[in-house]
Ligand binder design. Sequence first.
Ligand code: NDP
Length: 242
Amino acid sequence: MKLDGKVCVVTGGARGIGRTIAEQLSAAGAEIVYALDRETARFADLPAGIQGVELDVTARDQIESFVEKLIAERGRIDVLVNNAGITRDGLVHKMSDEDWDAVVSVNMKGVFNMARAVGPRMMEYGAGSIINISSVVGLDGNIGQTNYSATKAGVVAMARTWAKEFSRKGAAVRVNAVAPGFVNTEMIQSVPQKVIDGITGKTPLGRLGEPHEIANTVQFLASDASSFITGQVIRVDGGLVV
Ligand code: NDP
């Protein structure tokens, strides 16, 4: 699963799963990994080979100038990992417009914004791999996550659409989604222990996932080892739904 010489972009790449993905792609031989994130303080301890870039995936102008500059410097983007995501949980009848809009804006429109800018560049180059980070709750639903689960279903639908759209004119641009189960990061620190115990109790492997276990699947989909896989969603959930 080598990524020798590949130019990679990971959104939300300075923390949590995104950071682990950035580190693994870099360790697998990527020419460079751009870790796009909102909080520049997190860039201070990024390892060599990973370049932090202050960018909000909801800001189209920031994305367009980043992509222009990157293409001018490197000539191509080989891998895009759409990882940035947020939660604003609540039962549907208590969910505010603000919480709905915030989650849709980052988790779904942010992915759209990135692919709209990067997909055509990959097509021009003739190859590329886009990986959307979904979630099992986008496939199965979850109480209190109407907004989040809708967006995570949306990024699977977008992956399937782009698998068809970005492979036109002979371009080998592959687009897939990864659906993690519950993973040990800051994002789930607000989830009550009782709920975590319920989830691990239902998981055949009996524990939460670790970020590197998601990154392993992303690395596979980013690499040429998955050269005939596109339009798919791969669950990485310890068997939560079997
Ligand atoms: P974290 O909250 O730990 O990290 C997410 C990163 O994305 C943060 O650095 C965050 O910055 C950044 N980010 C958020 N919004 C934006 C934005 N608008 N533009 C750029 N960067 C942004 O989350 P995880 O690592 O846990 O999750 C990563 C992905 O995996 C998400 O898409 C999540 O939905 C998905 N996932 C996570 C699971 C889990 O159990 N942890 C399970 C299933 C899927 P900031 O701190 O400023 O918000």
